[in-house]
Design a protein around this ligand. Structure first.
Ligand SMILES: Nc1ncnc2c1ncn2[C@@H]1O[C@H](COP(=O)(O)OP(=O)(O)O)[C@@H](O)[C@H]1O
Ligand SMILES: [Mg+2]
Length: 399
């Protein structure tokens, strides 16, 4: 009888022990799995950032859409840009009026006035837009301005974000891009340098890369079947010839953003320098003529350098004046000390006489940018461009 009792106790204890061990094993395995994933920390950070961004999007978006986001979608959401935070507008782009006008009419208008033409199944924005042309000519600017003016959310897709060392994770992230975009639409998925990600497929592709490309295209096609979704994939590249044919087909709206002509350069220079203090001798027409082959970002760099030069000139002059004043002060102090006290001639203090440069109202009296500053900056740029082989048009010919 007692033997039967002991056995029962033993059984209870055994069951308890087993359950305890299983619970401990379960939690340790879970902890281990979590800590084995090297991306765990960055994922956590991304999720915190995404939650913050989504909270700011909050009032304009359906609550149910936000609460149902999975971890992958949250990682993608951390790269979201809210239209209100985009500083670029159409006014920030000069010399590309024809492209801006075309985008306004074919893309922004259908997105902003969806309700007006809801009866027509054909009146809708294209699902894919490609901006191509040499670097520094305003492709990224146009994409940002479009997102801002159309009031669309903007996923700036960093391709590195999609690559994960764990098998299958990349595909999950790729599909999260599209599912998140649909949840927060209207949305632009912007892929800068799209050729690096969606270049022509070939047999030497890694299996995971090939699979991701194919999956990306399938998801993109999924957008086309949902005719009422306003998700647009926008890509920018300076190597359109490297893009996969299937990708080009999915981007029916294509805009060539070429190197600016003389007239366009004039407008870009006027825009870049519109808030700067300029000397009367600055001639935009002459500068535009002298900068043949320069992109918008080159022109910006030239103006930035010129702006630095004028301050540098003032600084040099100030330094010269200060050095002269210091030398005069030293000489005066030496003469004074030899006159009044011939015994302490080795220990005179010169530092007190040196004028201090701190607190000088240098920037208040900042001079205007002169034509000479601009030409000097241009000459230096030309020199470095020749040396690096950029000016003899080694740019990719796109036409
Ligand atoms: N058409 C333009 N109007 C005004 N600024 C321009 C223009 N094109 C280029 N820029 C200047 O060059 C910089 C780079 O332009 P970006 O759009 O990033 O070039 P990319 O074509 O390589 O994407 C911009 O931030 C802007 O300052
Ligand atoms: Mg760019």
């Amino acid at each position: 009888m007692s033997g039967a009792n002991i056995t029962r106790n033993e059984v209870v204890q055994f069951v308890l022990r087993i359950s305890l061990v299983s619970i401990v094993t379960y939690y340790s395995a879970k902890w281990l799995m979590k800590n084995l994933d090297p991306t765990n920390k960055s994922k956590k950070k991304a999720i915190e950032k995404a939650e913050d961004i989504l909270r700011r999007l909050g009032p304009n978006i359906k609550k149910s859409a936000l609460t149902n986001l999975n971890d992958y979608e949250l990682v993608i959401a951390s790269h979201l840009v809210v239209p209100e935070n985009i500083t670029v507008s159409w006014d920030s782009i000069a010399g590309l009026d024809h492209v801006c006008q075309e985008i306004k009419e074919s893309l922004v208008f259908p997105v902003c006035h969806r309700d007006m033409f809801s009866a027509s199944s054909l009146y809708q924005a294209p699902k894919g837009v490609l901006l191509y042309g040499p670097p520094g000519c305003g492709k990224t600017l146009i994409a940002k301005a479009t997102a801002k003016e159309a009031g669309m959310r903007f996923i700036n897709l960093d391709v590195a974000m999609l690559t994960d060392k764990w098998y299958g994770e990349s595909q999950k992230l790729a599909s999260a891009v599209f599912s998140l975009a649909v949840k927060i639409q209207p949305c632009i998925i912007f892929i800068d340098e799209i050729d690096s990600f969606l270049r022509a497929r070939n047999s030497s592709d890694h299996e995971a890369t090939a699979m991701m490309k194919t999956q990306f295209m399938m998801l993109w096609d999924g957008l086309n079947t949902e005719s009422d979704s306003t998700v647009i994939v926008m890509g920018a590249t300076n190597r359109p010839q490297d893009l996969d044919k299937a990708i080009l087909r999915r981007m029916p709206a294509q805009f060539h953003i070429g190197l600016p002509s003389e007239d366009q350069r004039l407008k870009i220079l006027q825009l870049i320098l519109r808030q700067e203090k300029l000397a009367k001798d600055v001639e935009f027409g002459q500068l535009a003529r002298m900068t043949n082959g320069y992109s918008g970002s080159d022109l910006r760099e030239m103006c930035r350098n010129a702006s630095v030069y004028r301050i540098r000139k003032v600084m040099r002059e100030k330094n010269k004046e200060m050095a002269a004043a210091a030398a005069a002060a030293v000489a005066a102090a030496a003469a004074e000390s030899s006159k009044t006290n011939g015994m302490t001639n080795g220990s005179c203090s010169t530092t007190a006489a040196v004028p201090s440069s701190s607190g000088s109202p240098m920037l208040d009296e900042a001079p205007a940018i002169t034509m000479d500053d601009l030409i000097e900056s241009l000459r230096n740029m030309k020199h470095s461009k020749y040396n690096s082989g950029h000016l003899n048009d080694s740019r990719i010919d796109l036409d």
